[in-house]
Design a protein around this ligand. Structure first.
Ligand code: AMP
Ligand code: MG
Length: 339
């Protein structure tokens, strides 16, 4: 890449703008997985090594999809959703168990703002599918009744799962991409990758510091999703955004989006248009799953509750954009607001 040239790359949530010739992009691969376009860009290493790193990272991604997708009838999670009520317990793989376990952890931690058991509500609305519609209040009441992490029982000794309610469905969509990004990061680092960007439809991990230049990541303008409203400069961070413009439909001037409030069964109306969470990963993996769970939770909580939550649990970097396009963000971020 030449000095004054930008490369720009649109993703669902964020727009990347990187401008440095210090670490030219070497290999770039995109695949569709977990309902989104997943791209990895590796900078500055030998082509053979980068190729095998990419191959393994994407193999890891498709393995995770075969476990954690709620939509794929062949996935392990799909089997659990069909069988964990009534037929006794369902034994699961260690990996799915670990995901359910941390999902339950974040569900409790956020008091249900993030809740991995909203599958009935998600399915009913069908946002982002051709069956998207506004359900009747009665249907919504039933789906709310059939949701809630308190109806999910995990047995660590047996690695088994049991639902205490018929109709309960687990949906890991709010943090599976973060988990996959973490896992891909681990694979890349094991292969000696030092500078890379993993972008799973807006769940982003930057590896390395772009030789001191940092990576510049643009935040989508919620009111004009083809444009950027702020630029974040980072290195070695996971950055994840939840926004109401990702998947939605409009009806009579009102936006119906894909992030739900389990108390109402309707798309969350917290006054936020987007919530971004950024964590330093310092080469240790696990930052993106954390950022993914919390960005969804903050979106549902709204500004006041999210800020209060952060005051209890320190070291969470966040950027909240409300429906007036006002920014609320934590100190210590290298953030440039351009609108
Ligand atoms: P995200 O874009 O990470 O905020 O995740 C949104 C996805 O997670 C949706 O498409 C649903 O599959 C699922 N979901 C929706 N609302 C919630 C919620 N409150 N807690 C957990 N998962 C949710
Ligand atoms: Mg999320």
């Amino acid at each position: 890449m030449k000095n004054k040239h930008f490369f720009t790359f649109f993703v669902t949530l964020l727009l990347f703008v990187s401008c440095s010739d210090k670490t030219p992009v070497l290999l770039n691969r995109t695949e569709f997985a977990l309902g989104t376009y997943c791209t990895v860009k590796i900078y500055g290493m030998s082509e053979g090594k980068a190729n095998s790193a990419l191959k393994e990272a994407f193999a890891r991604l498709s393995k995770i999809e075969s476990i954690a997708s709620a939509k794929n009838p062949d996935s392990e999670l799909f089997y659990v959703n069909e069988n964990a009520y009534g037929n006794g317990v369902v034994a699961v793989s260690e990996e799915l168990f670990a995901l359910l376990y941390s999902g339950l952890f974040y569900s409790r931690l956020t008091e249900g703002a993030f809740d991995i058991t909203l599958g009935a509500i998600v399915e009913l609305w069908g946002i982002g599918t051709e069956n998207a519609r506004i359900p009747s209040p009665e249907e919504i009441a039933v789906a709310v009744e059939n949701s809630g992490y308190e109806h999910l029982l995990l047995n660590e000794a047996e690695l088994s799962v049991r639902f205490l309610k018929s109709g309960l469905k687990v949906d890991l969509g709010a943090f599976a991409k973060g988990y996959a990004a973490d896992e891909m990061q681990r694979v890349l680092i094991e292969h000696g990758v030092e500078n890379a960007i993993i972008d799973l439809g807006g769940d982003i991990i930057t590896i390395g510091g772009n030789n001191g230049a940092g990576w510049r990541i643009g935040l989508t303008d919620p009111q004009n999703t083809g444009e950027v409203c702020a630029v974040l400069r980072v290195s070695d961070k996971a950055i994840v955004t939840s926004g109401d413009y990702e998947r939605y439909f409009m009806h009579e001037g009102k936006r119906y989006h894909h992030i739900f409030d389990r108390n109402t069964g309707y798309p969350a109306e917290s006054g936020l248009r987007s919530a971004t969470v950024a964590f330093e990963h310092m080469g240790i993996h696990g930052a993106a799953i954390h950022a993914d769970a919390l960005s969804t939770a903050f979106f549902v909580m709204g500004k006041e509750k999210a800020v209060e939550f952060v005051s209890t649990f320190q070291q969470i970097n966040y950027i909240l954009i409300d429906d007036g396009l006002n920014f609320t963000f934590s100190e210590g971020l290298d953030l440039e607001i351009i609108k």
